[in-house]
Design a protein around this ligand. Structure first.
Ligand code: ADP
Ligand code: MG
Length: 258
């Protein structure tokens, strides 16, 4: 086959924006009340960045993460992930794209209690048609990456909070995603365990170049990220370099952890 007939790459690797969002609006309608959760958010993230999204409760952090990751649909605005417009995908394509390219880590583990750690981690692979032997191998590799190989055959009830969260991180990694979304990943953990979980995420970011977008209200967690994006009242108010972001330059660089 003539290589020139293949589709051109969507992005230039030197200028590799993994997330490009502009003018994102989202209004929730509940009964007679309309809540404007996002009021025109612009956000760009480079491949390999680790970004913390911070701001007061109710400012729209979860809504933004849900819209950017295709879990929810914005009312207005444009969102492209890896150069591909989410709004131009069908629901089916969006779901498939999420499963293939994105990993998710939430505050409350969402692990199935009757399954062992390795069974929880391999589940997304089995759902997407990977054979059991291959799925088990990859799930064990994922657990090893987060330092949980010795606990692979324990059920969630037999794991500590930190170990449960490591299991969900392993599950998020098992499809070798391009980016990982995390909504308050340390929200249910004491500060020492939270710091251990951040060690795992920072190592994955530094060593494997995995992109993270991490919602947190914990300043210690924010400080471990490469950039802090601040939100208020449905808008990004700091930490977004603008329409032409430059690597390493941001309105508010994160401080080194102490
Ligand atoms: P944060 O994650 O920053 O705490 P959210 O994105 O969860 O904020 O919420 C932003 C605003 O949207 C809040 O005022 C919240 O009450 C409202 N909201 C969020 N989800 C819904 C929903 N499903 N229905 C109605 N209102 C919602
Ligand atoms: Mg939230």
């Amino acid at each position: 086959m003539d290589p020139s007939s293949l589709p051109a790459p969507q992005t230039n690797p030197d200028d590799d924006l993994i997330i490009q969002a502009s003018g994102v609006h989202k209004v929730y309608h509940t009964g007679l009340v309309s809540v404007p959760a996002l009021r025109g958010v612009d956000l760009s993230v480079q491949r390999g960045e680790m970004v913390a999204v911070m701001g007061p409760s109710g400012c729209g952090k979860t809504t933004l993460l849900n819209c950017l990751s295709g879990l929810d649909t914005p009312d207005e605005g444009h969102i492209a992930i890896e150069g591909v417009s989410l709004s131009e995908m069908s629901d089916h394509q969006r779901t498939a794209y999420r499963a293939r390219r994105m990993g998710f880590v939430f505050q409350f583990y969402n692990l199935l209690p009757v399954l062992s750690a390795v069974e929880n981690v391999e589940l997304p692979l089995l759902v997407s048609g990977v054979r059991l032997r291959e799925a088990r191998k990859r799930a064990l590799e994922s657990l090893a990456q987060v330092g949980l190989a010795p606990r692979a055959y324990h059920r969630p009830a037999e794991l500590s909070g930190g170990e449960r969260q490591r299991t969900t991180i392993a599950r998020a990694l098992v499809n070798q995603p391009a980016l990982v979304w995390a909504d308050e990943p340390t929200g249910d953990l004491d500060s020492e365990t939270a710091s251990e979980i951040m060690d795992v995420l920072v190592a994955l970011n530094r060593e494997q170049g995995l992109t993270f977008i991490l919602v947190t209200h914990d300043r210690g967690v924010g400080a471990r990220c490469g950039r802090i994006v601040r939100m208020r009242d449905g808008l990004v108010v700091a930490g977004q370099p603008g329409p032409a972001p430059q690597p390493g330059i941001s309105a508010e660089p994160a401080q080194a952890a102490h």
